[in-house]
Design a protein around this ligand. Structure first.
Ligand SMILES: [Zn+2]
Length: 398
């Protein structure tokens, strides 16, 4: 039988299919690949060549010899191409040039208020990104994609922030367009909690398909991974739990105009405010964390209660999506077990036994690196997706 795809062997579909097999990083011989795909070895060889020329696949030593000439193996080339990972927070920017496994090669950071506006912030990203690429010995041609996390709601389809409360001047700003004018690669933008969920999962829970990441800091939000996929919802604000009402706070006003919001009761500034009302000097998340670490009983009790408030809202989340892991991150997570103990107390008591039987509630492992790691994963998922690899091969061989 004639392999009708052979004439197009350097062309699109086949090479991408082969690449998706090699994406797991495990080295394989041409024979193994032929067995896996049912393709002729000659076809495999041509497609491996195309992917190697693109820098996506490379030689990975010889297979253990079974007598005779050893067979060369091929695997995902993680270090030829790179992505740029950008974590824009309320008052910081972190940046990394990362390889295709998400490992940062070089990093940079600066203190800059996001309220400085999109042009100032993104121009810093462009300058620092250029400098990092150069320092890492890479050119713009090696850059496959850029992943960006923003501290506010992002419309998933367009990558534009929508009415972000702490980002004056950013509403509907074309973030991808501004960066693409310089870098000319796909730019993926998401809110910071979603990318932290991706980063945490990549680092600590790679085999978990149902994970909720909660960020407790100046604000409160969550990133939901269900069925192995990040859930953004219809408009991109799925997981925005900060303004769900908590029963004990009905008289507490929130900056959103409502009363009793989770964020108005359990965020870092809310706890600091409650402690100030008791004549304890605290002005933000870090002060509260420091007080807890120094054993201040009132701060410990306040943090524990914040955990219970969080648990009240999370109980509904557990009923709705049945996660197997809930990870608590953000600056307030540094208050350690006190916050998590409050969450556990309520979630384990109030949820159905089947939902909590194997549910783990734990502190973030990725910590401050979760967002940069997640931004690189966002970029890599896109850059190595079947459609994008197919287009790269077609352009390369066309
Ligand atoms: Zn609110």
């Amino acid at each position: 039988m004639i392999d009708i795809s052979l004439g197009n062997a350097l062309g699109s579909t086949g090479a991408s299919d082969l690449f998706q097999i090699l994406r797991d990083g495990r080295p394989r011989t041409r024979t193994e690949l032929a067995n896996l795909t049912g393709l002729a070895r000659s076809t495999i060889a041509l497609r491996i060549d195309a992917l190697t020329e693109l820098g996506l696949v490379g030689p990975a030593g010889d297979a253990p010899s079974t007598g005779g000439r050893p067979s060369s193996q091929f695997a995902l080339a993680t270090d030829t191409k790179v992505v740029l990972a950008v974590d824009i927070g309320a008052s910081h920017i972190r940046l990394a040039v990362s390889d295709l496994s998400g490992r940062p090669l070089l990093e940079d950071a600066t203190d800059m208020e996001v309220s400085a506006g999109p042009e100032a912030v993104l121009n810093w990203v462009i300058d620092a990104g250029d400098a990092l690429l150069t320092a890492a010995g890479r050119s713009l041609a090696d850059l496959l994609a850029i992943g960006v996390g923003l501290p506010g709601p992002v419309e998933h389809g367009s990558g534009r922030p929508i009415n972000p409360p702490i980002m004056p001047g950013w509403d509907r700003f074309d973030v991808p367009g501004w960066l693409q004018a310089h870098f000319d690669v796909p730019v993926l933008v998401d809110n910071d909690v979603n990318i932290m969920a991706l980063g945490e999962r990549e680092l600590a829970w790679p085999d978990v398909d149902h994970l909720v990441f909660i960020k407790v800091a100046t604000g409160i939000g969550s990133g939901v991974i269900s069925g192995g996929m990040l859930q953004r919802g219809a408009q991109g604000i799925a997981g925005d739990i900060g303004h769900v009402q908590v029963s004990r706070g009905l008289d507490v006003p929130c900056h959103c105009g409502n009363r009793g919001c989770l964020e108005a009761l359990a965020s870092g500034p809310a706890l600091a405010k409650a402690l100030r009302a008791r004549s304890i000097d605290a002005h933000g998340s870090q002060d509260v964390v420091d007080l807890v670490k120094h054993g201040n009983l009132e701060a410990i009790q306040a943090v524990r209660q914040a955990g219970r408030d969080l648990g009240e809202v999370l109980t509904a989340c557990v009923s709705l999506i049945n996660p197997s892991v809930i990870v608590i991150g953000g600056s307030m997570a540094q208050a350690g077990e006190h916050l998590i103990a409050g969450v556990r107390e309520v979630v384990y008591t109030r949820s159905m036994p089947l939902a909590t039987q194997h549910l783990q509630i734990t502190q973030s492992s990725a910590g401050v690196n979760a967002a940069v790691l997640g931004a690189s994963i966002l970029a890599i998922y896109h850059a190595l997706s079947p459609a994008v690899v197919e287009a790269m091969v077609a352009r390369h061989t066309g």
